[in-house]
Design a protein around this ligand. Structure first.
Ligand code: HEC
Ligand code: HEC
Length: 215
């Protein structure tokens, strides 16, 4: 299947999405708007600039540590960890990606549905979010991969969960793990830019027909 930006049916829905900015209910100060730029309003060069920012995010430890591809080992990395290493305690996500075969991720990464500000204040404690903690699907392989490799994976519906960029943007907004990644607490470095800027970049890149650096 040829990588697509917006399916036709979604194009029809765009004015609606622009009119009612979708807002998040996660935290009062955490509202995300999904406003795709007009069709054909973004050049390829602007699309590539948006991609380079998207790559900074997707390759950042707050994202890549769970997007480890065929390896079922989550990673510990980033300034607060010293050397990049596999998750301690011999943790394996297994084919289930949630550790069902050995020890569930949720044993330590317990869910947190209230008092969000105080969910992750203890250094080196297991991060907690409001949904089940799990490794990303094998196809969504970002850890240690090049900008071109991640770009090709993310624009291809066969490897990105069958989504166009509007659906990716919505997924990002509704994914509570991501709200954590920009506000991780416990001395962890947040993912670069902001969730809103990342969503804007995904939409810009989509309208520019998802260019990759080596196309
Ligand atoms: C705790 C582990 C974890 C972290 C951290 C994480 N993700 Fe994910 N990610 C997942 C899981 C699990 C899925 C599959 C969920 C689904 O498809 O509904 C996923 C799927 C995605 C998808 C769907 C598209 C695809 O290729 O499968 C995107 C986009 C995404 N993540 C972006 C991010 C970004 C951006 C960050 C960092 C800001 C991030 N993720 C951090 C676990 C994680
Ligand atoms: C026995 C407890 C335990 C289990 C089970 C566990 N974790 Fe963790 N995890 C931790 C702790 C503790 C940390 C924080 C380590 C630190 O900051 O030094 C952590 C950190 C992480 C991080 C790094 C987050 C970041 O800062 O970027 C990821 C990714 C992660 N775990 C994924 C998983 C996944 C996926 C599973 C299930 C397959 C899992 N963990 C199971 C205890 C656990």
């Amino acid at each position: 299947m040829k990588p697509t930006y917006f399916h036709k049916s979604v194009m029809v829905a765009l004015p609606l999405f622009s009119a009612i900015a979708i807002t998040s209910v996660i935290a009062a100060d955490d509202k995300i708007e999904i406003n795709p730029p007009a069709a054909d309003s973004i050049s390829k060069a602007q699309g590539l600039e948006a991609w380079s920012r998207i790559y900074e995010v997707t390759s950042h430890p707050r994202c890549a540590n769970c997007h480890t591809g065929p390896s079922d080992r989550p990673m510990w990395s980033g300034p607060s960890y010293g050397k990049t290493r596999e998750h301690g305690m011999n943790i394996q996500a297994g084919a289930s990606r949630i550790g069902a075969e050995t020890i569930l991720c949720s044993t330590c990464h317990t869910t947190k549905s209230h008092d969000w500000e105080n969910a992750n204040t203890t250094n080196h404690a297991a991060p907690r979010v409001a949904m089940s903690w799990s490794l990303a699907p094998v196809e969504a392989h970002w850890f240690g991969r090049t900008t071109q490799q991640i770009c090709e994976q993310l624009r291809n519906p066969e490897t990105n969960g069958g989504r166009d960029m509007l659906e990716i943007a919505e997924h990002l907004n509704h994914d509570l793990i991501l709200h954590w990644a920009w506000s991780p607490g416990a001395n962890r470095e947040p993912a670069p830019y902001s969730l809103q800027e990342h969503v804007n970049d995904i939409l810009m890149w989509g309208v520019a027909s998802t260019p990759c650096p080596e196309d």
